[in-house]
Design a protein. Structure first.
Length: 118
């Protein structure tokens, strides 16, 4: 089960549940592939609101690897999600929100009935 306080999300891909997490290593991977100088540039890129299929593959792949799954982006590109493209977009949105929070709320603050663990 995914732990939102650790930035984890759960997604069903190819009919199987997976935990995804953008660890520091996963974020460093994304900085490299998106050619971002730092995490601020990475956040700015994601905040632009434009998401290609290749972006989704890279983000989901990094999240799967960050959670310990041995998959490469080629394997991710062949996975299926409920809802098709919008299902993948939802996974990416949930993962980015769990990692970076939103403009008005930090990550995990929106979990009903829970207190900030810090």
């Amino acid at each position: 089960m995914a732990n939102p306080y650790r930035g984890e999300v759960e997604a069903v891909l190819d009919g199987r549940p997976f935990t995804l997490c953008l660890t520091l290593g996963a974020l460093a991977e994304l900085e490299r592939v998106f050619r971002c100088e730092d995490m601020t540039a990475l956040v700015d890129r994601f905040a632009a609101g434009k998401l290609s299929a290749v972006d989704a593959i890279r983000i989901i792949g990094a999240g799967l690897r960050g959670a310990g799954h041995a998959v490469d982006d080629d394997q991710v590109s062949r996975m299926k999600a409920d809802g098709g493209a919008s299902g993948f977009a939802s996974v990416v949105a949930a993962l980015l929100t769990a990692t970076f929070g939103t403009a008005d709320a930090p990550a995990a603050a929106g979990v009903a009935g829970t207190a900030d663990p810090l």
